[in-house]
Design a protein around this ligand. Structure first.
Ligand code: ATP
Length: 354
């Protein structure tokens, strides 16, 4: 187990900054996920930790030792990439043993280690096969085996599952999570897939344009996103974000928010300060936090009327699009996506209360 610290890291390629003023602490045994859209600087950050890229300024520490001038192969780090780079002419056994052979570990110990790792990853019966005789998932397990066998201080993963199909991806995701718990090791994992980040991470670091936007547990980031980018990036379907023009003072116990061609009524119990009311620009509501009814709800949760414009069944749930307060004279339509039970009797063009 090891901790990793990045202090004031900057990195540019030409004039374009890839990573700006990055400060990050990864605890011993933590599963940390770097999450963000393509080009936000995740891989560059990982490569700098591995020593494959040199930062322009700032320092990187592993267990409080500065590693800025230490070569990648001396940092005691294992890296697993998206493109699985097994040696095609070597068997599974030889592929796993390869890093130990390089370190001139004695043959008996290598055999013992290969056995231990292959049993951990359930690939014991594949040891004699060559990579071309393996499925994508098995190849990824062997790549993991080759990383684990060296007993590194830190594991770095760069989108290791992105080339696998959806079912295999789910299986391997669980395997990686179990592996991390078993090894009690420090994992730093790069992905742009928010489901992967939510399911794997102890801590998520959301990045955009080379900067950290938010750090928190999956739950913290899902429940309390710090900005619009994070609010819309996490969650599938994503949060409904409705831009507002103004919110009126409380009338008849409710707040009323107005935008282009719609009005939304807020819960009575919502405590909005005068100062906050003036600053609100968007309302964000997750699809699973809204309900529809064909009768005007008598409770305080009524938001708006609307018309069903789309129904998308996904098996366990259905998602419906509701156009709020549609006004035929305007061409601005506010749609919200709402999760409903799959057997809800509802049709396109039905009028509903949200
Ligand atoms: P992805 O998810 O697509 O891999 P990322 O978040 O990992 O993206 P990086 O690969 O770290 O992003 O790239 C960050 C920025 O730096 C991008 O604008 C990219 O084009 C640029 N960049 C990365 N590597 C190089 C390089 N070797 N030469 C020039 N520019 C680079």
């Amino acid at each position: 187990m090891s901790k990793v610290s990045l202090k004031q890291i900057n990195k540019s390629f030409g004039k374009e900054p890839a990573v700006c003023q990055l400060n990050l602490d990864v605890k011993d045994g933590e599963f940390l996920v770097l999450l963000g859209p393509s080009g936000c600087g995740k891989s560059t950050t990982l490569n700098m930790i591995a020593g494959l890229e040199k930062q322009d300024s700032g320092s990187i520490y592993i267990d409080d030792v500065m590693v800025d001038h230490i070569a990648p192969n001396k940092r005691n780090i294992a890296m697993v990439f998206q493109s699985i780079s097994l040696y095609p002419h070597l068997s599974v056994r030889e592929n796993i043993a390869f890093p130990l052979k390089l370190e001139k570990v004695n043959a008996d110990l290598i055999e013992e280690k290969v056995k231990e790792v292959s049993s951990l990853l359930k690939i014991g019966e594949l040891l004699k096969r060559k990579p071309y005789e393996l499925s994508g998932g098995q190849r990824q397990r062997v790549a993991l085996g080759r990383a684990v066998v060296r007993n590194p201080k830190v594991f770095l993963f760069d989108e290791p599952l992105s080339s696998l199909d959806a079912k295999l991806k789910n299986e391997m995701r669980s395997e990686i999570k179990k592996l991390q718990k078993k090894l009690d090791a420090t994992f730093i994992y790069v992905t742009h897939d928010q489901i992967e980040a939510m399911t794997l991470a102890d801590k998520i670091v959301v990045m955009e344009k080379g900067e950290i936007q938010q750090i928190g547990t999956p739950n913290e980031i899902y429940k309390d996103p710090k900005n619009l980018m994070i609010a819309s990036f996490l969650g599938n379907p994503s949060m409904n974000l409705v831009e507002l023009e103004k919110i009126d003072n409380k009338k008849e116990g409710k707040f009323h928010a107005f935008g282009d061609n719609f009005k939304i009524s807020f819960f009575e119990s919502l405590n909005i300060s005068e100062e906050f009311r003036k600053r609100i620009k968007y309302i964000g509501i997750r699809p699973e936090k809204m309900f529809v009814s064909d009768k005007l709800p008598t409770n305080e949760y009524f938001i708006s009327e609307g018309t069903v414009s789309l129904i998308e069944p996904v098996g366990s749930d259905s998602y419906i699009d509701v156009q709020l307060n549609s006004n035929s004279e305007s061409d601005v339509n506010i749609n919200v996506k709402i999760r409903v039970v799959p057997d809800l009797k509802i049709n396109i063009s039905d009028k509903v209360f949200v």
